[in-house]
Design a binder for this molecule. Structure first.
Ligand SMILES: C[S@@+](CC[C@H](N)C(=O)[O-])C[C@H]1O[C@@H](n2cnc3c(N)ncnc32)[C@H](O)[C@@H]1O
Length: 454
């Protein structure tokens, strides 16, 4: 017999908080996960799903409130799957993220001697995203644009998202009006019919330059001249409008092929003293103010004197590589997306660096080539996607034996896994969490490893 049953109403105290931002009530050792509740709260909840090892509950009433609870300012918060922590004060969010990283490295990784510093937070933790990927749905003439409901692909028709720039909100509502005005069919995900799947908007924080990408289940946008004209008239900061064709039945947002229908192929932004050109396919950190802090820590950890050979693995458009280029002898960057490497090369020229080499390909293969060519790095920076590094890459890193490894990650679990494979030769010195994604459960970390002295 189960510990609880579906639709059961229960009272309980929240005693823990998961990485997904859900409160946990336990009956004996059986956990019930309840979204939008906080540690220490006494609550009434309804059991909505029962599994063998856990149940999911829905908050009905808070009988005793946590001192860390705040009123979420976003009107869509309770439904939307975009943010999970708006009901928790920002200070408590930063503490929670640090605890999450400490739990991982200290308890799971058994490295309690390694300092995990306080999470580096934002002064104004709202309207920070420079990139929005907005799903388009609804019907012809009644287009819906906004983010998905929690655990669903049902679109919430929104006027405003409080974590993307306000310009993105204004463009989102204008595009919805234009798609309605020109009677353009939205994409229907289940039937795989219709045309407009997503609208992607990127904006330079300092430059204000804007790129809009219409992701289509097709190759052409009807009335593209009129739509571009209306958009650029209303938002003169728009420097690029593109069409990206994605005719696949898949959750991947962008397809392979893009064409520019207005303006330039790239937009520009600045990070510190450096200028960067950004393509539609290239990865660019979404929170510019926090990226500057993240890179400052990475540069400090690298401790460059001007003599070093540096490898920046998973380099994107070369942002970390170029942040280090004026402090190193030579910097090599590797990245799997060819368009991003084109941007990285152009960015090196734009910033007048002549001591950089950028190569397109998988880091795990290119690093082997570099090893064969006799390149011996003093410092390697690593910034992989959420799944972490390929084992071959880590093995090669172990053989190359750089003095320092600076590992940046948006997924501390895979970061810990990779770091553990380096511990025979390296000491993990310190870890700093940086809050790149306020009000969500995501946390970015930067870790310094130094080679053990023989
Ligand atoms: C988290 S981003 C970091 C980009 C860059 N360092 C920055 O700060 O903007 C990870 C990058 O790794 C790239 N990537 C993914 N798998 C890769 C692989 N096997 N080899 C090289 N690059 C890869 C992605 O295209 C993406 O640009």
């Amino acid at each position: 017999m189960s510990v609880v049953y579906k639709n059961q109403m229960l009272d309980g105290e929240v005693i823990d908080f998961t990485h997904e931002g859900h409160g946990v009530v336990k009956i004996d050792a059986y956990p019930i996960f309840i979204p939008q509740t906080l540690i220490g709260e006494q609550i009434q909840y309804k059991v909505i799903k029962v599994k063998k090892n856990f149940a999911i509950g829905k908050l009905i009433e808070i009988q005793k409130e946590s001192a860390d609870r705040e009123l979420p300012p976003c009107v869509y918060y309770e439904k939307c799957g975009g943010c999970q922590l708006q009901h928790l004060s920002y200070e408590a969010q930063l503490e929670m993220k640090r605890n999450q990283v400490m739990n991982l490295f200290h308890r799971k990784g058994k490295m309690s001697h390694v300092p995990v510093h306080p999470t580096v937070g934002m002064v104004q933790p709202w309207f920070y995203r420079n990139k929005s990927q907005i799903p388009v749905g609804g019907k012809r003439g009644a287009i819906e644009m906004g983010y998905y409901r929690q655990r669903s692909h049902a679109i919430i028709n929104m006027d405003k998202c409080m974590i993307q720039y306000q310009a993105q909100n204004d463009i989102m509502t204008t595009i919805r009006d234009l798609l309605n005005q020109y009677d353009i069919p939205p994409y229907h995900e289940l039937k795989h019919t219709g045309l407009v799947r997503h609208v992607v908007i990127r904006k330079g924080y300092y430059s204000d330059e804007i790129m809009i990408i219409f992701v289509l289940n097709g190759d052409t946008l009807p009335y593209q001249e009129e739509i571009s004209h209306a958009l650029t008239g209303a938002f003169p900061q728009i420097k690029s409008i593109k069409i990206n064709s994605n005719k696949e039945k898949s959750n991947v947002i962008m397809g392979e092929r893009s064409q520019t229908i207005f303006g330039e192929a790239t937009i520009e932004d600045t990070l510190g003293d450096l200028k960067f050109k950004i393509n539609d396919k290239s990865f660019y950190q979404i929170n510019v103010l926090q990226t500057q802090k993240l890179y400052d820590i990475a540069v400090k950890y690298a401790g460059l004197t001007g003599q070093e050979t540096v490898i920046d693995a998973y380099c994107g458009i070369g942002t970390i590589a170029l942040s280090m280029a004026n402090k190193a002898r030579h910097v090599y960057g590797v990245e799997v997306v060819p368009e991003a490497i084109q941007d990285a090369k152009r960015n090196a020229e734009l910033n007048e660096f002549h001591n950089t080499t950028f190569v397109s390909g998988p880091a795990e293969t290119v690093i082997l080539d570099w090893q064969k060519q006799g390149i011996r790095p003093d410092v390697v920076t690593v910034d992989p996607p959420r799944k972490g590094c390929d084992v071959t890459f880590i093995e090669t890193l172990n053989q190359l034996e750089p003095e320092k490894i600076v590992y940046i990650s948006c997924n501390p679990s895979t970061q810990l896994r990779d770091i553990q494979l380096l511990l025979d030769k390296y000491d993990l010195k310190e870890v700093t969490p940086v809050d790149m994604f306020p009000h969500t459960t995501h946390v970015e970390t930067v870790a310094l490893m130094t080679r053990k002295k023989h």
